[in-house]
Design a protein around this ligand. Structure first.
Ligand code: GLA
Length: 710
């Protein structure tokens, strides 16, 4: 049984193939965390709640040290009593009381085979407040998906001031190390690794989207884990609005990682009878190092999060080729070239609508520009179809330029405060999705676009964060709900569109990778990883992205060299190999390519299609990091371990380093594999043990190695 319950001790053990998670109710009725670590076969092996009260034992308790601090390890700590650490829950009750107490009320086990779910209900002993904690176990992946539902069971409203999704407790210890992702525009998801010192480290976004600057992912290890080995506790939050993850380490050695919707500028007015549901925070434990942590998250995303199954088509996007200067004829010519390379999905980017001749006007006016497409989009779409490709379109529905018909008609539809400026970024303002009329308008405009045109793919962009998040018409007590309502509004529109147009796939973009998280991936099939399409810079951006997100969802383009990294020239094959490590796209002006270049590109597209299933559906191994040394190598292995592909790159040359030896992973030891760069086949054991010498010379060169079981 994956979920064990001991009635007498009121203790649960959630057991997956490589981990056990334990929790229990203590004699005061409080829900306490017991354990998250290597598998424990017996429920009796879990500590009792009275053993975890204080590092020195109960009798040594010092009254001036909070008895309810993180050493007490409340499963879902509420702010009340002597609790001074990061709470999951803080509220003002109907009579103004701001102290919350939660005790155990009952539990239920539901869910499907392989993914059973435990729901534990806590209640306030005095006030009409319940919190339902959900634990969905992914037995094969050693992952636990957690979320909370707050229920106001009374008549009077309650003000929620902090409602996180979950807190994870690590074993008391020292020398922990934190791995997280930070960055900026054109340099998203850069891996950060640092020692956890005493105090709090807050990873967060206050921008209204996930943000380029931090990503809601964490991994904590005991200081020495590697890609292949060592204990790692990790997690990722499914939320695309303001979020925070707090890593809190105290001098008693406790370490708590809490996360969820950011409480900054947040308040939620919960009427009697209403509920508030948090986004989910998935967490896991592995002894297989950072690589295994990522592979578990990848499988989870592929099998339980992403809306469509199966690999993504090869895409062409016209943005870097034509920017705003688009029309039916040029797009048609690009489509012909793209089709000749084997592209399967042709996407028209920004500039097709309204008066959108540059980024100063037009956003909000989602009608086809008559000068650029006098016959509408229909003839271009037909042409794209006749070339054997499907058709996709760029939109940015949450935004409006002040120079647009929509804004002239509805200046009150954007977030704003009276007597304050409306700060523009990229000449645009953000529509207030907390307003139902705005959501309805956007839904019907997008629905019409998809109904009237044969569109298979939408690139949904968001090119600025929120500012002056005012909603002046709303009652005072609801005004801070905008942050959450905006994100829920985006989800709601996407969900509605998906229901009406289930065959359409979506890409989440926000000036590159500003909205990449497990929340948006429930509604979109892929993300735009970064506007930076330099193939070497991308190795680092993609490596960081792969910590949490699967290759299938990671859109990568082959682009023209020398733009993002000035004057850096790279070969066509290097650019392709870099982009083949995710979902392949081409974003260059193919009209300028020579016949030879087009022929080479066509061959590489064909090779990609041969290995696409392995890349997009297989397990990923980061063999050599672009952040260390002269070589980058990333391997993908099919789930049945019969086929594999490795991409190898020489980073900018230094110090006469010799050709690299690559040690593959994830092969069957006693199977024999044919390897494209070796003459004789070799056993999996030999390949993984002896490695493969890759004959790769020269600055920024690359190779693609295929392994096939014979
Ligand atoms: C953002 C996106 C780009 C492109 C432009 C269009 O910057 O990240 O890929 O779509 O908007 O304006």
């Amino acid at each position: 049984m994956p979920i064990l319950f001991d009635d007498e001790r009121c203790t649960w053990a959630l057991r997956s193939s490589g981990a056990t998670y334990g929790l229990a109710v203590d004699e005061e009725g409080r829900l306490r965390h017991l354990y998250f670590g290597p598998p424990l076969p017996r429920l009796e092996d879990l500590a009792r709640t009275d053993e975890i009260s204080s590092p020195l034992g109960r009798e040594h308790f010092f009254p001036w040290e909070s008895p309810t601090g993180p050493n007490a390890r409340y499963e879902y700590p509420e702010w009340g009593g002597m609790y001074y650490h990061e709470p999951c829950f803080k509220a003002t009750l109907d009579d103004g009381v701001r102290d919350v107490r939660l005790v155990y009320e009952g539990h239920d086990t539901v869910g499907d085979e392989g993914t059973p779910e435990l729901a534990i209900t806590l209640r306030d002993p005095h006030y009409p407040l319940r919190i339902h904690l959900h634990f969905r176990l992914f037995e094969e992946l050693d992952l636990l998906e957690r979320y909370a539902v707050v229920e106001n069971t009374g008549q009077e409203p309650i003000t929620l001031e902090q409602v996180l999704s979950a807190a994870w407790h690590l074993p008391r210890g020292r020398d922990y190390r934190l791995t997280h992702l930070a960055g900026r525009f054109a340099a998203e998801t850069q891996i950060q690794r640092e020692n956890v010192s005493l105090g709090k480290k807050v990873l967060e976004s206050r921008r209204g989207n996930t943000s380029h600057h931090a990503n809601p992912f964490f991994a904590v290890d005991r200081g020495a884990a590697t890609e292949d080995d060592g204990e790692v506790w990790f997690g990722a939050l499914g939320w695309s609005g303001n979020w925070k993850i707090v890593v809190e380490h105290d001098a008693w050695g406790s370490l708590q990682v809490s996360g969820g919707i950011n409480d900054f500028d947040f308040a939620w007015h919960l009427e009697g009878g209403e509920t508030f549901e948090t986004p989910s925070f998935v967490g896991g434990y592995t002894q297989g190092g950072f690589g295994q942590a990522s592979r578990n998250l990848h499988r989870y995303a592929r099998k339980h999060v992403l809306p469509h199954e199966g690999p993504r088509p090869v895409l062409y996007n016209s943005w870097e080729a034509t920017y705003f200067d688009i029309n039916e004829e040029v797009q048609g010519s690009l489509a012909e070239k793209a089709a000749s390379l084997g592209v399967e999905l042709f996407v028209v980017d920004d500039g097709w609508f309204g008066e959108r001749n540059d980024d100063r006007r037009g956003l909000g006016d989602w009608w086809v520009n008559q000068e650029k497409f006098p016959r509408g989009l229909g003839p271009l779409i037909e042409k794209v179809h006749s070339l054997g490709m499907s058709f996709g379109l760029w939109v940015e529905p949450e935004m409006v330029n002040p120079d647009s018909d929509l804004y002239r008609e509805h200046p009150d539809w954007v977030y704003h405060f009276p007597n304050r400026p409306r700060t523009e970024s990229r000449n645009q303002l953000v529509l207030n999705l907390a307003k139902e009329e705005v959501r309805n308008h956007l839904f019907s405009v997008m629905d019409r676009l998809l109904t009237e045109n044969q569109i298979s793919f939408i690139k949904w962009d968001m090119n600025r964060p929120l500012s002056e998040p005012g909603w002046p018409e709303a009652p005072r007590e609801r005004q801070r709900e905008v942050w959450v309502r905006h994100t829920r509004g985006v989800y709601e529109i996407l969900e509605g569109l998906r229901q009406r147009h289930p065959e359409v796939a979506f890409e989440s973009c926000a000036s590159g990778g500003g909205r990449v998280d497990l929340g948006i991936l429930r509604y979109t099939d892929q993300v735009w990883t970064s506007d930076n399409t330099d193939p070497f810079d991308r190795l680092m951006i993609q490596e960081g992205c792969s910590m949490a997100y699967p290759a299938r969802a990671m859109m990568c383009w082959v682009a023209d060299p020398g733009f993002w990294a000035k004057n850096r020239t790279t070969s066509i094959s290097y650019r392709f190999h870099s982009a083949m490590m995710g979902s392949l796209g081409i974003g260059t002006n193919l009209l300028k390519w020579s016949e030879e270049e087009l022929e080479e590109a066509g061959k590489l597209v064909r090779r990609y299609k041969q290995v696409r299933d392995i890349v997009q559906e297989g397990d990923q191994y980061r063999l050599l990091s672009p952040r260390e040394g002269e070589t980058t190598a990333v391997q993908y292995v099919s789930e049945d371990m019969r086929t594999s592909v490795i991409f190898v790159f020489r980073n900018p040359h230094q110090f006469l380093d010799p050709s690299p030896t690559i040690y593959p992973r994830g092969l069957k030891e006693d199977s024999i594999y044919r390897v494209t760069v070796l003459e004789a086949p070799r056993s999996g054991e030999a390949l993984m043990g002896r490695g493969i010498q890759v004959p790769l010379e020269g600055d920024l060169t690359s190779a693609m190695i295929e392994l096939t079981q014979v």
